[in-house]
Write a protein that binds this ligand. Structure first.
Ligand code: T4K
Length: 371
């Protein structure tokens, strides 16, 4: 295989262009571009069915659902317990609502928030917990929600990575008060930019839909200081077509994961996250963890070596959110509070993982890591 070709960490899922053109013709003909149009309505219906959830509101990206979720739950002051091991949008959404993020450490087996650490971080000011199903690995929902119930806290899952993920045949999006999704181009299922909120009642969906449209409740009334989070018709049409092929894409990703796992079982110092039983995963990411002592190179050296061979992995999620400028002075951002997350962030490398990787490309990546 030529090393001239760049192998990127991901590749977007694209609908058939001819089919997409047909949708565009319909949009042109209707002259209806956005604001709850026909494709938008069809997409919400189709997503609810595909995901096995009742109430879903699509958004223009995956960050506004996080911000809006906190507003829908009327959390206006206090602390929100969250994970530093995520994309920065998770913590930003807390900040944007004038709330205080409180970081807790994660579990090494999943990279998700450690329920024990949650309980000890609760103060009289705590109002909610915002866990992330990082890489689509489901959180320990039973323990998290038992803690939330005991202390009267809301739970908002950042499920940006958990599109189509199920535990015991049930969508993980049904957990907690609200879950949010991202349909960014780099995700398993995408609408170019896009996202959604999944909630548990008709009334809550109505409120979220209003918040997504400036808080407008009718032609002459505005009930909340809402935002413009609406998805346009072009992206809704794109998303509808992508839904038809997402299962095939997940199946292709699963095969990539199987090849990686088989190969890394034989490489000292390279580990990966183990699958938990009774889950349906989406294989959105393939993080490996590099133990310098055993492997002989540290993560950054391997990252650089792969780049030198035209293999562009990404260090998701390094650096930890808690080390970024806006958050590093928070008491909970202290390294001593986050030893597991710090170690994971220092050792992680997400390898190329998408539906278009060829067996030759996978073998080439494995070969470079082996040598
Ligand atoms: N919560 C969590 C847990 C999240 O992970 C995210 C987003 C969010 C919330 C917020 O959702 P959004 O508001 O983004 O919908 C990417 C994505 O931009 C971001 O969506 C994602 N998480 C995050 C983990 O990764 P970058 O800065 O790594 O993207 P970029 O542009 O470097 O692209 C990564 C790779 O993908 C490159 O190798 C090139 C390839 N690529 C990228 C794009 C955009 C393509 O092949 N085609 C493309 O169109 O952030």
């Amino acid at each position: 295989m030529s090393t001239k070709e760049q192998i990127l960490v991901t590749s977007p899922l694209l609908p058939d262009l001819k089919e997409f053109n047909k949708s565009l013709e319909q949009i042109w003909e209707s002259r209806w571009m956005t604001n709850n149009g026909s494709f938008h309505q069809q997409l919400e219906k189709a997503l609810a069915e595909y995901l096995g959830v009742e109430y879903i509101s699509v958004f223009t990206n995956g960050t506004l659902p996080l911000i809006t979720a906190l507003q829908a739950l009327e959390l206006t002051k206090g602390e929100v317990i969250t994970t530093p091991y995520s994309f920065v949008a998770t913590t930003h959404s807390i900040w944007w609502n004038g709330l205080t993020p409180v970081f807790v450490d994660v579990e090494p087996s999943t990279g998700n928030m450690d329920p024990e650490k949650i309980e000890s971080a609760i103060t009289p000011n705590t109002v909610a917990i915002m866990p992330v199903h990082v890489y689509g690995q489901p959180c320990d929902n039973e323990r998290i929600e038992a803690i939330a119930k005991k202390h009267g806290l809301k739970v908002i899952y950042d499920a940006a990575h958990a599109f189509g993920v199920k535990k015991n045949g049930e969508s993980v999006l049904k957990w907690g008060d609200i879950s949010t999704l991202s349909f960014h181009a780099t995700k398993v299922y995408g609408t170019i930019e896009g996202g959604a909120i999944v909630c548990q009642s008709k009334e809550m969906k109505k409120k979220i839909d209003n918040l997504r449209n400036f808080g407008i409740t009718d032609e002459v009334s505005v009930a909340y200081p809402g935002i413009n989070g609406k998805m346009d018709e072009v992206r809704a049409a794109f998303g509808l077509l992508n839904l038809k092929q997402v299962d095939a894409a997940i199946a292709a990703r699963k095969k990539v994961a199987e090849q990686y796992r088989a190969a890394f079982d034989g490489i000292e110092g390279i580990t990966y996250l183990l699958e938990q039983p009774n889950m349906r995963y989406n294989y959105g990411y393939f993080p490996i963890f590099v133990d310098e002592k055993k492997y002989g190179l540290n993560r950054d050296a391997l990252y650089g070596k792969l780049r030198g061979k035209n293999i562009f992995g990404r260090r998701y999620f390094y650096p930890l959110i808690s080390t970024f400028e806006p958050y590093r002075t928070y008491p909970s951002a202290a390294l001593s509070n986050l030893p597991v997350a710090t170690k994971m962030a220092d050792e992680v490398l997400c390898l190329p993982m998408h539906h278009l990787l060829t067996n030759e490309q996978i073998a080439y990546i494995i070969e470079v890591i082996k040598n």
